[in-house]
Design a protein around this ligand. Sequence first.
Ligand code: SF4
Length: 337
Amino acid sequence: MLGDELLAKIEQAGLVGRGGAAFPVHLKWKRIKDLPDPKKYVVCNASEGEIGVQKDLYILQNFPEKVIKGMLFAMDFLSTKEAYFYINKNYYQKLKEKIDPLLAACREKGYLINVFVEEPSYIGGETGALLNAIEGKKTQPRFEKPSPSIKGIFGCPVLLHNVETLYDVARVAMDEFEKTRFSTMLGVKNEGVYKVETDEKVAEALRKTNNYPDFEFFVQVGGGASGEVFTSEQAETVDINNCGSIEIYKIETTSLQFLNKIFNFYEKESCGICTPCRDGSWQLKELLKNLDENSEIPWSKISPIIEVMEKTSFCALGKSIAPPVRSYAKNVLGMEI
Ligand code: SF4
């Protein structure tokens, strides 16, 4: 397929990145294609470090050939023969037997897709950290400009997509695209990964998959660490399109339980480069350390810390602590913090 034809089809299908940012795929492709550099790379991000999200694992288990095809379409579009398949170690152990033969077949056709296996972590999926790792540097975000798509690895532009995006690219290129996506459902009767219609609401998707709770609940969507929290009533109006995960919590879940889950994750995953995230996540964890279920949550101390983390943390990890905490306080507890 000619590059312009595929680009037009991708635009028409309205493909957006499924790594969380939802950036239009065709704009990213065109930008990198137009760069004058003679060498460019395609990178597939199979890191998936958010709590509970397993949709990329599911796609690789069930449709690995589509993901690799998506890479090949991207490589042809950029006229490059070299790419990286960046995958966390746990996933690679599970998928090696499926992926390796597919990549060997690509090599026979002249497409070199290198496997890069990383230690599982949230920060390992951050763009700059991921590209640093491939270059043999420390797996931590980049401070310097320009954008990784301009100087990604070894000084060359990089077209980076996550697994689901490349799967979507293949579906578009092969005229199999339908407006669906995959979402991990947790805390429900039948936990797992489901194909959902992208124009559905969260509650509708839960009903259609026979997973609507028969108990009172609140829900976190888009990731068990950074996702926003909504009531069951609000779930009737929340779009599922950007929800890589839907996690149900019983209404009895206490603030201490919910916040401990969030704060422990950020403290563990902070790479420590910047002070707001490194110290802020540690302080948040300390604030809860000696509390029990009868203790008051120190919201007046939590609020300024998450505000500083949101405003001044260097990368998306530190910034992303505010939405789940604020939305939980506002929607579940009815308080602004
Ligand atoms: S925000 Fe956190 S994860 Fe990101 S660079 Fe700063 S310390 Fe590292």
